[in-house]
Design a protein. Structure first.
Length: 206
């Protein structure tokens, strides 16, 4: 049992509309749409390391319970201390000390977006009308280039992010030992969805 790769844990949406009727044939509507949702899930594990004998290139990772246990698994230099400092810096990994990580237990940061729409309506004869719209998608990114980021976890290795451990030895008896290299971020920023975009539209109704 595990969370789906597409699980959206929490989502809050809201919109505000303001309509100005200039005269019986002209009206303008301004709409602000806001969406805040949980980040996408991913798994912390061993990547490019066949650790469990299954031949798979990724597996969930065991997190040592303390520095003493980490030093037994990662005996090289200060790597054990560096690894435990890395674990303590992550809000999820530090809760898994002494046990294994969970499938899709980690999450990217929350996604926070705002869209803005301007619409002007020209009323014609009877039920006919023409609507001209101007949309600003990801308005937050227009206000500040550091806002409006949309985060996602790549599907590489079934959305598994490396904890940075690579097997150094594989004894026939006892536990293997590892080396550790600080991994990169377990998620990416969507280069298109995180960018402010604008579009113009027209609609004729009758």
């Amino acid at each position: 049992m595990a969370y789906s790769n597409f699980d959206i844990r929490n989502r809050i949406v809201g919109s505000i509309n303001y309509r100005a009727n200039w005269n019986p044939k002209n009206a303008t509507t301004v709409t602000l749409f806001y969406a805040l949702q949980s980040g996408t899930p991913y798994s912390w594990g061993y990547v490019n390391t066949t650790i469990d004998g299954t031949g798979q290139a990724n597996s969930l990772a065991y997190i040592p319970k303390d520095l003493a246990e980490a030093q037994q698994l990662i005996p090289t230099g200060t790597q054990a201390a560096d690894f435990m400092a890395f674990v303590d810096s992550d809000s999820y990994l530090k809760t898994r000390k002494g046990t294994f990580t969970e499938r899709n237990g980690g999450r990217t940061p929350w996604n926070n977006t705002v869209d803005l729409r301007f619409m002007h309506e020209f009323k014609l004869k009877g039920e006919q009308s023409i609507q001209i719209t101007y949309d600003i998608l990801n308005f937050l990114n227009l206000v500040d280039k550091k806002l409006g980021y949309v985060y996602f976890s790549p599907n590489t290795f079934n959305s598994t992010a490396s904890v940075g451990l690579a097997r150094a030895t594989n004894p026939t008896a006892g536990d293997p030992t590892f080396t550790w290299t600080r991994p990169g971020k377990p998620y990416s920023i969507d280069p298109l969805a995180s960018r402010c975009q604008m579009q113009i539209g027209a609609r004729y109704t009758f």
